[in-house]
Design a protein around this ligand. Structure first.
Ligand code: PMT
Length: 401
C-alpha cells in the first residue's frame, strides 16, 4: 500500500542477540521506501557492525554524541524533529529501563526523549528478564506514555530456554508500523486542492504588486493532507518553499489569473479545496513590456483592474459532495467579516486569522486561528506552529466530511 514510502524512520538498535534481526528489519523498511537513520547503542555495536547497517540504509550510523577530534556532534533534537516514526528493535531491558526513567546517557535514549513521532518498541530478552516486575513496570510506564509495544513472541531463546522474549519477526514489526500509519490515513481516497502563497501582479518585467505571504500555512496544510493519505494538488504562488511529502503535486503560478486557471482545473476533479493563498485583488491593466524608466518629469500611473475572486468562482461551481474551505485575513471586525465571506464565496467553513495577533499570519512559523462554520459556530485555537494549526484544520475537515 506504500504506507512507508518517503517516511523518515529512526531505527534504534540495542545490545542483544536479536540485533541480527534488525538487519532484516532495516532491509524491509528501505524496500518499503522509507528513509532510515540507524541509531545504535555502544553495546549494539558488539552484536552488529555499523558498516553493514550504513551500507543498507545509505546513511552513516549514529552511535555517539560527539565525533572524536572534529568538534562535530550529532543533534538528537534535529533527529527527533526529522522522524515520522522511531522503532527500537531490539529493545533491551536496560534501554527500556532508561527510557522509562528518562536516563539520557546515550544517543539512542536521548533521541527517544526528543522524538515527537510515534515510537515502537520490540523488546527482546531472556524469559526471566522479561517476566521481572521491573521490566513489566517499565513497559507499562512506556505504554502509558503513548509508546507502542510490539510484544515479544514465545519460543526458544538464545539461552536455549523456552518462553516469552523473542523479538517479534521483522515482517510483523513492519506490519505493526504500517497498521499505525494506515490508522492515521483518514484522508485516503480524497483528492484535495490547496492554494498557497502570494500572487504577483506584474507592473513591468522587473516589478510587481505582491504581499507578504510566505506560503508556510498553505504548505503545512498540503503536507498534513498528504501525510493523512489524500491526493494533494498544491497550487502555489511564488514562494521559496519546497514540498517534503513526495506525493504532493505542485503547480507553480505567478498571477491571480494564472492561479484561477490552475485552481479551476484541479477543482473539477477534487473532493476538497482549501483556499489559503493571499490573492492580489487587482492586477495591472497597463503592464509595461519593457522596464519602466525613471523619467525626470513624468511619474508613471498604474491602472488597476479587479482580479477574479478564485474562491467565489469555485464556490459558484461547487457540486454536491464537494467541500470548499476559505481563509479570512482580517484586521478588524474579524468574525463578522469572516461570516460574510462564508456566504459570498459559498464556503463550507472559514479559517479566520487576524493581523492583530502577534506571531500570526504572514511569514511566521506560528498562527492563531478560529474556525467558523456556516451555522456560525466558532472553534478558537491558541497560538501554535503552523504544522499543528494545519492538523486542527484538517481534523475539522475530516469531521464534517
Ligand atoms: O503564507 P503565510 O506567510 O504562511 O501566511 C498565511 C496567510 C496569512 C496568507 C493565510 O493564513 C491566510 O490568511 N490566507 C488568506 C489571505 C487572504 O487573502 O484573505 P482574504 O480575507 O483577503 O480572502 C478570503 C478568501 O478568499 C481566502 O480564502 C482567499 O484565498 C480567497 N481569495 C481572495 C481574493 C481573491 N481574489 N481570490 C480568492 O480566492
Amino acid at each position: 500500500m506504500g504506507l512507508l514510502k518517503g517516511k523518515h524512520i529512526i531505527l534504534g538498535i540495542c545490545g542483544g542477540i536479536a540485533a541480527y534481526k534488525s538487519v532484516f528489519l532495516l532491509r524491509l523498511l528501505v524496500k518499503a521506501g522509507a528513509e532510515v537513520q540507524v541509531v545504535i547503542t555502544p553495546a549494539g555495536k558488539e552484536f552488529i557492525t555499523p558498516v553493514t547497517l550504513s551500507a543498507l540504509s545509505g546513511r552513516p550510523v549514529i552511535s555517539e554524541f560527539f565525533t572524536a577530534n572534529t568538534g562535530s556532534w550529532n543533534s538528537h533534537v534535529d533527529l527527533g524533529v526529522w522522524a515520522d516514526a522511531m522503532i527500537i528493535a531490539p529493545a533491551t531491558a536496560s534501554t527500556i529501563g532508561k527510557m522509562a526513567g528518562g536516563i539520557a546517557d546515550n544517543m539512542l535514549v536521548t533521541t527517544y526523549l526528543s522524538a515527537k513521532c510515534p515510537v515502537f518498541l520490540a523488546p527482546a530478552m531472556d524469559l526471566d528478564m522479561m517476566a521481572h516486575p521491573s521490566t513489566k513496570r517499565n513497559l507499562e510506564l512506556l505504554a502509558g506514555y503513548g509508546n507502542h509495544i510490539i510484544e515479544p513472541a514465545e519460543g526458544e531463546l538464545a539461552s536455549h530456554l523456552v518462553g516469552k522474549g523473542r523479538m517479534e519477526e521483522p515482517e510483523n514489526i513492519v506490519k505493526a508500523v504500517e497498521a499505525f500509519f494506515a490508522s492515521q490515513c483518514d484522508m485516503a481516497g480524497l483528492r484535495v486542492m490547496i492554494t498557497a502563497g502570494p500572487t504577483h501582479e506584474r507592473i513591468d518585467p522587473v516589478r510587481f504588486i505582491g504581499n507578504y505571504s510566505s506560503g508556510k500555512m498553505g504548505f503545512a496544510i498540503a503536507e498534513e493532507c498528504a501525510r493523512r493519505g489524500a491526493e494533494v494538488t498544491l497550487v502555489s504562488g511564488p514562494v521559496s518553499l519546497q514540498c517534503v511529502h513526495p506525493g504532493i503535486r505542485r503547480v507553480n503560478v505567478e498571477s491571480a489569473r494564472e492561479m484561477l486557471a490552475a485552481a479551476e482545473e484541479a477543482f473539477a476533479t477534487s473532493d476538497v479545496a482549501i483556499m489559503c493563498a493571499a490573492v492580489a485583488d487587482y492586477y495591472v491593466e497597463n503592464q509595461a513590456t519593457s522596464k519602466i524608466k525613471r523619467e525626470k518629469d513624468e511619474i508613471p500611473q498604474i491602472v488597476l483592474q479587479r482580479n477574479p475572486d478564485i474562491a467565489a468562482t469555485l464556490g459558484a461551481k461547487k457540486q454536491p459532495g464537494q467541500v470548499l474551505v476559505g481563509f479570512a485575513l482580517e484586521t478588524d471586525n474579524e468574525a463578522a467579516n469572516a461570516r460574510l465571506k462564508i456566504e459570498r464565496k459559498n464556503l463550507d467553513f472559514i479559517v479566520l486569522n487576524s493581523m492583530r495577533d502577534k506571531d500570526a499570519c504572514f511569514g511566521t512559523d506560528t498562527n492563531k486561528v478560529t474556525i467558523i462554520d456556516r451555522s456560525g459556530v466558532e472553534k478558537a485555537f491558541g497560538l501554535k506552529p503552523k504544522s499543528e494549526v494545519a492538523h486542527d484544520i484538517v481534523n475539522h475537515l475530516v469531521e464534517i466530511i
